[in-house]
Ligand binder design. Sequence first.
Ligand code: RIB
Ligand code: NA
Length: 308
Amino acid sequence: RTEDVVVVGSLNVDLTARVQRHPLPGETVHATALATSAGGKGANQAVAAARLGARTALVGRVGADAHGEMLLAALRADGVGTEQTHRDAEAVTGTALITVADTGENSIIVSAGANASLSPADIAAAQPLIAAARVVSVVLEVPVETVVAAARAARAAGARFVLNLSPVVDLPAEVLELADPLIVNEHEAREILRRNGFPVPAENIGHATGLRRIGARSVVVTFGADGAVVADAEHAEEIPGVPADAVDTTGAGDAFAATAAWRLSQGDPLPTAVWWATRVGACSVQHSGAQASYPTLDRVLSGAGLPK
Ligand code: RIB
Ligand code: NA
C-alpha cells in the first residue's frame, strides 16, 4: 500500500481572535490578537500525520477562492496528497470563527461552506486512493452520508477505519461498528452515551467501555492533560497524560487522532498508538494555532517544548 493514512474530512480557514475571556451573550470584548490560519479537522489531521512522516492524502473540498488556495498550499507544503482535494466553483471555503481565551480554552463557530458538498460521489472517485491506504481516518464537519460512504469504502478496501466522531452527530450503527477505534474527547463521549440512554460513567475507563457496548470495535476517549483511556474486545486501560502548559488547544484533538492513525498504520497496538498520540497532542497545545502548532517527529522524540 502506498498511503499510510488517507483522511476524509473538512478544510476550514481559521479566523482566531485571542481574548482575555470569552464574551457572554450580548457582550463585546476586545481581541488582543487576530490570526488567519489553515485549519479544519480533516486538513489538520492530514498535516499532523504528514509532519510526523506519514504518507498522507486528504479527500475534501474547498471553494475556488483565496482561502481555498491558502488551504491547498498548506497541505502541499507538508507533502499531503491533494489529488482528491477538490476546488468547488459553487461554494465558499469552510470558515471557523475561533476565540481563544487566556486559559488556552477555545470556542468555535464553523460555517461549513464547501465541506457540505463533499459527497458519496467524491468517495467513489477516491476509491483507488482509499484502496492504497493502510488506514482511512474520518472526521466530521462533512455530511453523514459521506462518512457512511467512506466507512464502506474502507471496509471494501480492507483498510483500517479510524473514526474521530467530532463534532458528535448520530451515525448509523453500521459505521460505529466499523470504527477501530472510535476516538472522542470526554465531552463527546458523554454526549454519545447520553444519546444512547447510558448513564454518565463515574470513572474515566467507564467512558471507553460504555462506548464499546454501543458498538465500536475499539474506543479511545481523551481527557486532555489527564491522558486517555482505550478499550477493545480484550481489555481496557488508561494511558497517562503528559503535562503541558496550554497556550491554545485548537486542533489538539486532530493531532491526537492523526498520530494514533499513523502509528496504527505502522502496526503499533492501540495502547502504544495512543501513547504517541498523547505526546503529540501535548506538543500541539503549547503553541498557537492548529496546523502551525504540530510537531515534527524530531521535536516529539527530543521532547522539545514538553516540560521536563
Ligand atoms: O479541531 C480544530 C478545528 O475545528 C479548527 O481548525 C477549526 O477549523 C474547526 O474545524
Ligand atoms: Na495549538
